[in-house]
Structure formats: C-alpha cells, structure tokens
Design a protein around this ligand. Sequence first.
Ligand SMILES: Cc1ncc(COP(=O)(O)O)c(C=O)c1O
Length: 412
Amino acid sequence: MPRFSDRYDTLPAYPLAHIPARKRALLAAGVDVIDLGAGDADLPAPPEAIAAMHQALDVPAMHRYGFGMGYVPFREAIARYMHERFAVTVDPTTEVVPLIGSKEGLAHIALAFLQPGDVAVVPDPAYGAYMGGTLLASAEPYVVQLTARNGFLVELDDIPADVLTRTRVVYLNYPNNPTGATAPREYLERVVRRCVERDILLVYDNAYAELGFDGYVPPSIFEIEGAREVAIEFHSVSKTFNMTGWRCGWAVARPELAGALARVKNFIDTGSFLAVQVAATAALEARHAFVPGNVAVFRERRDAAVAAFAAAGFACAAPQAAMYLWVPLPEGIVSARFADRLREQEGVIVMPGSGFGQGGEGYFRVSFIESPQRTAIAAERAGRVLAQLQAEGEHEDEHQRLATANFVVAAS
Ligand SMILES: Cc1ncc(COP(=O)(O)O)c(C=O)c1O
C-alpha cells in the first residue's frame, strides 16, 4: 500500500460525504425522504443563463480551454457587478480570478500564503474548505468557536499574542454558514484594522452576498477602509442564482493577491468550461430581474421553517441572511445522534452541528431547500425524534440514578 502523506492524514472526515449514499438507500427502500441537508436549492437557475448556455454550446470556440483568463466578458460583468452593487472598483484583468466554484479558490488560496509553522484562524463551526485548505498547506489551524454569546463573530483580540504573531491568514464568512449570523460594520472595521496592522491575509467568503432578508443588505469587505490592502473576497453564482452544480465563482483582490491565487491555479486547473462562464455572465446581467424574486422565495421558506420548528418544540431565531436555520438542541442531545436518528427513522436529512466542527455541537442546521409544506412535515418529524430522545435520556438518567443508588446501598 503506498504511504499517505502526513498532511493527508490530518484531514478530518468530510461532513457531507456519507449522506448521498444513505439518501439513495432510503429512497430505494421507498422512504419519503425530505432533504434539508446541503445548501443546494431545488429552484431553477435564471432562464437567461440557461438560454446563454444553449447558444454557447453551438460555438466551437466555447469548447476550447478557458485557461486562467477565461471568458473576458465574464470578468467585465464581475467588475460591473462589484461596482454597481458595492461601489467597489476592480480591474477586470488583474483584480478578478474566475473560479470553478468558490470552494476551490477558498481552499487553494492557502497554498499561496501558508506554510509549515504558520497559523490560519479558522472559525468553528464553519464551511470545511477553510480547515481543508489550511491542513493541505501543512499549516496550523487556530480554531475560534462561534457562539451565540459572541454573536458568532471571530474576535482577533481574544487570540493569544504568540498565536497571532504566527497568524498569516484569517477566514471569515458573513453572512455565515451554518449559523446565519451577519457581521456588524464596526466589527468588520475592527478586523480589517487588525489584519492591516499585522499583515494578515483576510479571506472573506461572501457566498451569501445576495441572500439578505428584511432589508438587510450584505456588504463587501472592500466597503471597509483598508480592506484593499489585505483582503481577498470570494463570490459564487451557486446560491445567488441556484447554480450550485455549474461550479462557477470568482475572487476579487488587489493584483498581488489575486495574481497569487491565479498563479497557484495555473498549475492545478485550466479554467472552467467557457460556456458556463457565458451563462454566469448572463445570470449576473439578469440579476435585477432575478434576485429579488428568488430572495422572496427563500424568505418565505425561512419564515415557514422558523414557525414549523418552533411549533415542533425547537427554540430558533430567524436569520437575517443566508439560507439556513441554526437550531439549538436541548442540553445532552448529541447532534450527530439526533441527525442520524432523524434520517434513518423519519427520512429527514439535516446537518448535525458537529459536522461543521466541534464548535457546532449542540445544534443542527436546516437548509431552505424544500417547499414550506415539506419543511413543515420535516419539522413535525424532527419534533417526534426530539421527544423520543428526550424520553430515552430521562430513562437513561433514571437508570443511572438507580444504579448509583444501588451502588451507594451496596457500599454502605
Ligand atoms: C460559506 C460557503 N462558502 C462557499 C461555498 C461554496 O460555494 P461554491 O458552490 O461556489 O463552491 C459554500 C457552499 O455551500 C458555502 O456555504
């Protein structure tokens, strides 16, 4: 057996890895599966994107390598979007990096900025690419737990000085997956200031930039003074346009930082399918017509999920952004046990909080990827499983109490 690298051996199990196989088995067994697991909506992509893809398929040049430069009008559409939406000016040639989904960029950026002995600040719970990128770069993650008490924010001032001096990268993601948290502007100003003072790369994951509710408009990190010095921001068509499977995103940063990511990628990939970039360009151009209606669907699903899970006995607050409900479990109920039981017994797929890191223990995540009606059925089933686990827990406690009492009697 060929030997694995030490680096490879540091990778934890990937949280979603086993779920598709279990889902298939449950469906094959005739179970009415309700999948609220991955952030992967069942909604259609913009018709403009689909039409553009159809047309692009008939053009032979679109079937050739995209290379790092990709489809230039896509870069230009990104620059226009950044300007119109965030008042951020970027050069489409030197300050934009087209990506094969933002995930690969979030992971690959580590290869340009981290090496053994360096530290990356990684939130917990979090999207797995930050930890994955850090470990694949043989660097050391410093895990910061996101809690309701700290507003699910990473406070650099709370990190020990000896760790901070070795910190080269900080990963932030607001609107946040999985907690649904948003970052106040003064918080972002504080983080940017610290990163500038210490020359730390701020990797800002803005995958949910277009999923704000109730008037909340997620900012770009580049709206914050000083961010241009130290930040690279990641965007995606996945959630904004229901185009997860198309694998298309981009990074924006000043030329030195963007160029470093592009250089790493030159040795790893040869660009995404040009027809996908054509379609993403059409999606960006159709955003005014598409995004508000799409957000309204997610908001309706959010409200339905909050109401249904509350009625089923869960305490949960409505998030202002992203597409997830981060639901606390009563003390003593282990999230993986809850999620496994809910899936195997009731056919409902949710993500256990621990799947996003140990800091997620005590929660589970519900994605707004099913209709309000189906989500309500899922919540009812979840309530049944919760009641069972609580009853079993009380039973176990009682067992424990009797065993202890007997022991005390026997010993005396
Ligand atoms: C926080 C966050 N960042 C990035 C991504 C990756 O998106 P993409 O499809 O662009 O790779 C996801 C996907 O779930 C996410 O939740």
